[in-house]
Structures are given as C-alpha cells and as structure tokens.
Ligand binder design. Structure first.
Ligand SMILES: [Zn+2]
Ligand SMILES: [Zn+2]
Length: 103
C-alpha cells in the first residue's frame, strides 16, 4: 500500500502533482494545498479533525527496488469538495487550540 498522491486540493482544486512541495495530507490522505491549510482550514482537517503534514515526494526514477512513480503512479481521481467555511469555523473553534498530536 502506497500513498495515493491525489491530484488536486480538495478545497480550491489546485493541481498537486507528485512533485508538488505544497501538498499537505492528513492521516487519511485528505489532500489540500498549503495555502488552504494555513489560511482557510487552520490546520484542522475538515473531514476528520486531524492536522496536516507535508506530503512526501515519491521518486520519479527507479533509484532502488522498483519503488517509484513508474510502478506506483499517482492517483488520477479528483476529489473536489469545497469546504463550508462557516461550518468549518464552528468545527475547528475548539480543535484549533489543541495541537494535532493531542487531538
Ligand atoms: Zn487549496
Ligand atoms: Zn482528514
């Protein structure tokens, strides 16, 4: 099982190719861009309440052991679920003051 490497930000639909350094994921791989995580979501995943971390970059070349994008390509399934910001503000009102590792 490899990370799915979803192709876009769920919120703003920005393209997030495997090499994107501004892709952020929660533990369930809900995927957003860094700008949405920081300016809109308050580092609270709107789907699960967890925090986000930078998504690792999968190697684009077969450096070792056939573990690379050519064998495990990025997902092409677009998920675009714009967040209801008013609802999210209520949802994360209590959560955002709790560090992700204590949620
Ligand atoms: Zn975004
Ligand atoms: Zn999540």
């Amino acid at each position: 099982m490899a990370l799915q490497l979803r192709p876009n930000c769920e919120y703003c639909d920005k393209d997030l190719p495997p090499s994107a350094t501004d892709a952020r994921i929660c533990s369930y791989e809900c995927t957003f861009c860094a700008d949405c995580v920081e300016t809109k979501l308050g580092n609270v995943c709107p789907n699960c309440g967890g925090g986000f971390v930078p998504r690792p970059i999968r190697p684009s070349r077969n450096w070792k052991g056939d573990n690379w994008l050519g064998k495990d390509p990025a997902s092409t399934r677009v998920r675009h679920r714009p967040v209801d910001l008013a609802a999210h503000v209520r949802f994360c009102a209590m959560l955002k003051s709790i560090p992700p590792h204590q949620r």
